[in-house]
Ligand binder design. Sequence first.
Ligand code: FPP
Length: 249
Amino acid sequence: MERSRIRPDRLPRHVAIIMDGNGRWAERRGLPRTEGHRAGVEAVRATTRAARELGVGWVTLYAFSSENWSRPKDEVDVLMRLPEEYFETELEEAIRNDVRIRTIGRIDRLPAHVQRTMGDAVEKTRNNGGMQLVFALSYGSRGEIVDAARRLLRDHEQGKLTPDSVDEKSFAAFLDDPELPDVDLLIRTGGESRVSNFLLWQIAYAELHFTDLMWPDFRREHLEAAILDYQGRERRFGLTSAQVHGNAD
Ligand code: FPP
């Protein structure tokens, strides 16, 4: 319904999603929180399929933050099973549809079985040039920026760069995935209006879309509504409205 009003020539190139509200969704139904995470996988399936069908180029999902390690062990264990649940059905689908799976975050901290699942998905889709689907796992944006600074200093030690050669573009090449474009649209479900250490570098000019919907209820129509909201915004990148519209003096 909404889809017909979406302008294909003005799609956000990169949509990033903070998938919040799984726990509350479950608690409201008298279910354990972990059931909310399982239901969240269904929302991930629906949303990634819809994004691909709409023609979105990049989608990044905040699947597990560096702060999430502090949750009860049982909950962490369930969260660590979700990639397997997702790829059980979606890896074939990704391969068939030219989707490339990528990861950001401190992947080496994940249990071996998660590293295997993600590594396999990344490897089997390496040459795909359609939608780029990025899983942020054990991810925190400050940590990513600190890691980038470390890599940069190592290159400096080896004489590969000088302080004056560092600018925004060359610094970004040290981030977890140098090819990750700036985020155009950041969606957060679950009713909170904050960015929670997600892609701080990449969201510099993003349009933010917050919804009260709990993540397990998120479906194609909600993605379409967020994109329509985005398409209704005027993106100025620091310019005046007149400059954007080409009628400045
Ligand atoms: C926040 O909800 C959500 C998470 C910590 C996990 C997000 C992960 C998924 C939705 C599934 C990931 C899927 C794959 C394929 C890896 P919350 O538990 O903080 O909810 P609450 O704020 O209601 O407590």
